[in-house]
Design a protein around this ligand. Structure first.
Ligand code: ADP
Ligand code: MG
Length: 245
């Protein structure tokens, strides 16, 4: 579902991603871990084309783009971007729209769905993330965990082929983390293809089909959760993980 080959990204001449190769099969979950500044968010933002890579290739399902060799059309970028949904650390809900309206907005404007269809779909998704009865609340009337769940429903409403999560629980109070992880785990069980950046190592171990340890713009180590979290892990990975014990 996702193929990334030799992806590079520089900021002001400084390499931040240095030749990333990654494949995620349909229905699988890849979890990205690694120290702050290692390029995890930049990788997700490149997959979503919020940042345009400087080199390499990115394919999502049947849509593929090559970077660094000539100008890209805006249409190509939009087509690829629409294959992915993104959930950020700080729920970036529209503050002036209710939970339900937040899930409808993209459906109406981008997908040109009818109000009726967008509404039906939004309600089904809010129910799915456990927010029945909160449809008409504004973001400020919701807890952080509820806001994140609206964010997930909103991403799902666009029918993406892939969902990207950038530290979806790191801005939450500890008691609200579980409800968000529960929803993400449910999506994994239902066969959604996902890339998740997280510092929740217990969750990573449980939900990941593959763990990618990023360090200084490369995937320094990758493997099944038991390999990464087991005794055989690389020196650098072990040092990083020690902080979470
Ligand atoms: P992580 O998510 O792993 O903490 P990031 O992908 O956010 O890492 O950042 C990787 C590096 O790229 C950092 O050194 C960061 O300062 C730099 N960086 C990220 N975004 C930008 C940007 N828009 N402009 C300049 N530098 C950036
Ligand atoms: Mg980050």
């Amino acid at each position: 579902m996702i193929t990334i080959e030799q992806l590079n990204k520089n900021f002001n001449g400084v390499p931040v991603l240095r030749g990333i190769d990654l494949q995620v099969e349909k229905g699988r979950t890849a979890v990205v871990i690694g120290p702050s500044g290692s390029g995890k968010s930049t990788l997700l933002r490149c997959i979503n084309l919020l940042e345009i890579p400087d080199g390499g290739r990115l394919a999502i399902d049947q849509t593929s783009l090559r970077f660094g060799a000539g100008k890209l059309g805006h249409g190509d970028i939009l087509a690829l971007r629409r294959q992915t949904g993104m959930v950020f650390q700080n729920h970036n809900l529209f503050p002036h729209l209710t939970a339900l309206e937040n899930t409808m907005e993209g459906q109406l404007i981008v997908l040109k769905r009818s109000r009726e269809e967008a509404r039906r779909n939004g309600i089904a998704l809010l129910d799915k993330v456990g927010l029945h009865s909160l449809y008409d609340r504004y973001p400020y009337q919701l807890s952080g965990g509820q806001q994140q769940r609206v964010g997930i429903a909103r991403a799902m409403a666009m029918n993406p082929k892939v969902i990207l999560f950038d530290e979806p629980t790191s801005a939450l109070d500890p008691e609200l983390i579980g409800e968000v992880l529960f929803v993400i785990r449910k999506l994994a069980d239902e066969g959604m293809t996902m890339v998740i950046v997280t510092h929740e190592m217990g969750f990573a171990k449980e939900v990941a089909d593959e763990i990618l340890f990023m360090d200084e713009g490369i995937i320094a180590h990758r493997g099944m959760p038991e390999e990464i979290f087991g005794d055989s892990a690389h020196e650098r990975t072990r040092k990083f993980l020690i902080k979470f014990h």
